[in-house]
Design a protein around this ligand. Sequence first.
Ligand SMILES: [Zn+2]
Length: 442
Amino acid sequence: MNIKDNAQAHIKRRSLWHWPGFETIEEKASIGELSDKIGKNKVAKLDLADYTPAMRALHQILTGTLIYSTQRKKDLPPPTFTDRDLKEGLRRSWTAELIGHLLVKYESEWYADEALSKWNEIDELFEEEKRQQKALIEAGLDELGITEPYLRDFALDVVDEAHEHVKSNWQLEKAQRIKPSLWWKQVAQAQAQNPTANTDANIPKLSNLSADGKAWFIHPVAMMDYFKVETTKLWHEPLDNPQRTYFSSNGRNFYWNGAFGYVRNQGAKAHTGLDLFADINTPCYACLDGEIVQYKEEGGYGNVLVIKVKGDDLRASRNDYTLEFTDKDKKEIVQADNFNINADHFFLRYCHLSDKHADLKVGDKVKSGDLIGYTGDTGNAKGLCNPHLHFEIAMKKNGNRTHTGNLQKDRLAYKINPAFFVNLQTKDEAKQTKVKERREKR
Ligand SMILES: [Zn+2]
């Protein structure tokens, strides 16, 4: 977001919280009022008109969603927001999601005056509750025909005693937990006296705490879901419907022969890229944005086009591939020992391309998805029954070899298994067989 002044003058700002899909509610009721209305056995008797704004929003969600489910099946009365209804609602993802999208502005629990007036409102509710319990007990005694004063007093004294206990606990909670945690006012006042000295326009100012202790309460998980950005991968497959070659060059169904690693001659011979089945003249595309740094014949590789790409772009394109061939005699590997995934640049090497070039030359910039050439049967793939694109991802531009004395290991040097980037599709055996038969007849 551009936070500079007037950067988005055309966008009318209504409220910081005014996002589509979210409902903003300013709850005006005091804690005492809320506790009273939500209190046990109260909600059901309450008139809709007496609901507070937050209660009304919640009620609307619950009736709108629950009324069509269990409640209706069981022919129960429309839901209110008793504990039971709320739990029932949170069990259903669509109701829970709507509840998560309620943004409520309410006074912080860390804000109160010195006398704790707002919390003291709750004191009276204990008295009210005690009166109600006593009335219930007296009605019960009447029904049982118990008139003896000492028996009646005994029953009622038990209620008094229990309530004294609850009340003294509540006083302790106010004094020992609530009062020491009232930091809001102090911080808000300190902020007002010392406005942020920072004048650097690039650093967003810290917002001050409101002097009235009111804050927006949000559901962080519902919020994150809203801001979840669908990241579009830059990666484009090197050709349409990329799939492994089903046949080896001599026509056997050794489909592991095109994997990266020690996959040929019972594990004795290395294969330095990923062979993707492609009939002659299949269009090839740039997998990432980059620059063409080579477009020429390179021995056994035939015509090779090389695109230099950014390290970050390649790293962001890695998929969750797991090695498919892990036997001793067909051992696919992740990468060469000397390959470094944190390099600044990498080279995508498209090998055995056709002589039919795309209209591109060395030095040209390409975008991911651009047509860069066509597959062919050049180099050591010439005339084979399994036409394919030999695709490599390397740290060096050319078919570099290091010289450690281990020829097969040296051939793999500075390269990584392209299957971690190409999203391989199922092999079309029928099609590959048809192409093979056609090529063998020539
Ligand atoms: Zn190959």
